[in-house]
Design a protein around this ligand. Structure first.
Ligand SMILES: Nc1ncnc2c1ncn2[C@@H]1O[C@H](COP(=O)(O)OP(=O)(O)O)[C@@H](O)[C@H]1O
Ligand SMILES: [Mg+2]
Length: 670
């Protein structure tokens, strides 16, 4: 029998290191600093550039977010134009948008503009921005948005970012072409000149990127739709790569209240950070450092905390170190300090949410909830939630038509349909990583069955429903730099759950009431069928001398009161009165609209509705107007002209048939 030889490496006694092994000295020689741009060039997925489709969206998103932030901070009602153009590669003709691999993204705003000296660094240096170092609610926070988009463009197409900016009608417009030196993370300016620009003020950025244009979930189109829902004060114009122009008119004519900047709250500071702040403090005394660098710490409270930690309030902050600093830190954490102020937040508000949902999603029931402010890790935040439920009444009647025969395994449309969750952070739609997000988890964890909505275990609730959740915070805890999902803090989870429960409770109330009213109404109809017969029979018995009309009216009254009376009519939307017990809600039924329609929806200006495209819905809403005008209550004083509805989830839900509802205006490409 042949004996097995032991493997060569075991039998050898030689040097255990492989031939290619390196020494510490060789290793040492290879150590090198990594620039932030080099790092993100290799890890671009961390910034939202994982694939061409998402990259296109991220570019649009970063530019639009910046435009809106800048306008709002400068107190200007935003007017933003987004244009996507197909770029042909080499000398070949430009392919159709669905086949194209290269696009030019151009975003222009009417904001404050950018001073000339700052332009290169803003657009061609990562981690450079005005928002990171302050605690104030804004869409951007890390200073790595638009510069990353520019870097991605440079990486995939080699083209520079082109910027035009003008700070006022008296200033001249500047045109720049910049690229990023990834080794140094510094800008390279290729072009810098004054130009004539027809806009009196604002910024326009154009980036050429490798991308893919595809509509549907998580597309540029969806992002803009959702942006318009949560930002009804914005006027958006979108020129699609297919040459269409979509208009999202301004529905709210006031800017959201400008959020104030706040100091950090002592509860939100970790020990290492506290040490750093002590070291860098410019204050003379520890007491003044504590009261001026943190919010909600009065000089008296600062003295008290110092004394409790056995440090002199007059000590120099720099001299407070090691164990003393640690004792002081723990003392501060143990002291009861008022929650941070919340004027640093600017929630969307129930009315605006309601108006946004109503404008963009067709349904039967809408509601919105804004929670009171709360705090996680010393950072104030507010949760807002909303619901749009049901199918538009006209489409609901369509469904009542004799059902078509279904093929085996096929299901009735709408039955298996799950709710859609629309997530927002500081008014920015979050389109990716849904299942990793605290918002989505809270929606799953809510027991929707309590509110009359079916839900399989661990799944989204079923039904034609869009669930809207917004977190507004001075610092949104994203799970990564690409800002796609909210981290799961207990306080945040709890607030989302409470907001969702309130929405659910109202929906449940609406559904129960509607169900009850519908059955009472059916009963009333049956009574009424027999009333004629009964009146005739009585008349015959009385030898034809009975006042039949009177008896009929009396019997009808009884039938009505036995079947819920006016309540039934109200619930089914037959009176035009507002929905009782349902604050911040709208009920839409075939007969009209009940509830306060926010003024936003009423007077959309700038709307040039193209007559031929006015959908049936507009007629429905016009009816609502006439009805309520008659009542003179101005309640559902709705909708003089139809808000331009662009592609919405409801439409996507209802399929292509609704596409004609879109009011698009096609202009020539720029
Ligand atoms: N359209 C714009 N108008 C005015 N300022 C802008 C505009 N775009 C960007 N900025 C400025 O450039 C900075 C950097 O932008 P960005 O890289 O997206 O980071 P962030 O938005 O996270 O701060 C912003 O903080 C803002 O001050
Ligand atoms: Mg930004």
């Amino acid at each position: 029998m042949a004996t097995h030889k032991p493997p060569a490496s075991v039998s050898k006694k030689a040097d255990p290191r492989a031939a290619s092994a390196v020494t510490a000295v060789e290793m040492g020689a290879r150590q090198r600093e990594i620039s932030i741009s080099e790092f993100f060039t290799k890890n671009r997925h961390l910034l939202g550039f994982d694939n061409p489709r998402k990259a296109l969206l991220t570019c649009v998103k970063e530019a639009v977010d910046n435009a809106l932030d800048a306008c709002e901070e400068a107190g200007i009602l935003p007017d933003v134009t987004v244009q996507l153009e197909v770029v042909s590669i080499g000398s070949s003709a430009a392919p159709p948008a669905s086949q194209a691999t290269r696009f030019r993204v151009t975003v222009a705003d009417n904001g404050p503009g950018i001073v000339r000296q700052q332009i290169p660094r803003i657009f061609a240096k990562l981690l450079y921005g005005s928002k990171f170092h302050r605690l104030r609610m804004s869409r951007g926070q890390q200073g790595i948005g638009i510069s990353a988009a520019g870097m991605y463009g440079q990486l995939t197409t080699g083209k520079p970012v082109k910027i035009i900016s003008r700070t006022g009608s008296k200033a001249s417009a500047h045109y720049f072409e910049v690229q990023i030196d990834t080794k140094k993370n510094e800008p390279l300016v290729h072009e810098n000149k004054q130009i004539d620009w027809d806009q009196p003020r604002g910024t326009q950025v154009a980036i050429e990127v490798e991308g893919r244009y595809q509509k549907g979930r998580a597309s540029v189109d969806e992002y803009l739709d959702q942006t318009s829902i949560a930002n009804p004060h914005v006027k958006l114009t979108y020129r699609t790569p297919e040459g269409e122009t979509k208009e999202y008119p301004r529905a709210y004519h006031e800017l959201p209240p400008s959020p104030k900047e706040i100091k950090p709250h002592p509860y939100g500071i970790e020990f290492g950070m506290f040490l750093k702040m002590l070291h860098e403090a410019k204050n003379q005394t520890l007491s003044s450092f504590l009261s001026s660098d943190f919010c909600r710490v009065t000089p008296a409270l600062a003295d008290e905390m110092c004394k409790a930690a056995k440090v002199s309030p007059k000590a120099k902050p720099r001299d407070v170190r090691s164990t003393i600093a640690e004792t002081l830190y723990h003392q501060i954490q143990a002291t009861k300090i008022m929650s941070p102020p919340t004027n640093c937040l600017s929630p969307i508000g129930e009315k605006a949410i309601l108006s946004g949902l109503y404008k963009q999603i067709e349904g039967e029931f809408y509601t919105a909830v804004s929670r009171p402010p709360s705090v996680y890790r010393g950072n104030p935040f507010i949760i807002e939630a909303g619901l749009a439920f049901g199918k538009a009444p006209d489409s609901a009647t369509k469904l009542e038509k004799p059902a078509q025969l279904l093929a085996e395994g096929e299901q009735e449309e709408g039955d298996a349909e799950l709710a859609r969750v629309i997530r927002y952070a500081n008014r920015v739609p979050l389109l990716y990583q849904q299942s990793a997000c605290a918002i989505f988890k809270a929606v799953l964890a809510t027991t929707w069955r309590n509110y009359g909505i079916s839900q399989s275990r661990g799944a989204l609730p079923a039904g034609p429903m869009a669930i809207f959740v917004h977190i507004a915070s001075v610092w949104v805890p994203f799970t990564s730099e690409s800002k796609e999902a909210i981290a799961e803090y207990d306080e945040i989870h709890k607030e989302i759950t409470l907001a969702l429960r309130e929405c659910g409770r109202r929906l449940g109330l609406f559904l129960r009431r509607r169900e009850r009213a519908a059955s009472e109404y059916r009963r009333r109809n049956i009574f009424e069928l027999y009333i004629e017969e009964v009146v005739e029979a009585c008349n015959r018995l009385k030898g034809g001398k009975l006042p039949t009309e009177k008896l009929k009216v009396q019997l009808q009254k009884i039938a009505s009161s036995r079947t819920g009376g006016v309540k039934t009519d109200e619930t089914l939307g037959k009176t035009g009165a507002g929905p009782e017990g349902l604050p911040y809600s709208i009920i839409v039924s075939a007969e009209g609209i009940e509830g306060e329609i926010p003024p936003a929806v009423i007077g959309s200006d700038e709307i040039e509705v193209e007559e031929q495209q006015v959908s049936q819905k507009s007629e429905r809403r016009q009816t609502a107007k006439t009805r309520s005008d008659k009542k003179g209550q101005g309640k559902a004083a709705a909708v003089r002209s139809v808000p331009k509805k662009s592609a919405s989830f409801a439409q996507q839900r209802a399929g292509a048939g609704r596409a004609d509802r879109r009011v698009l205006r096609t202009r020539k490409k720029m």
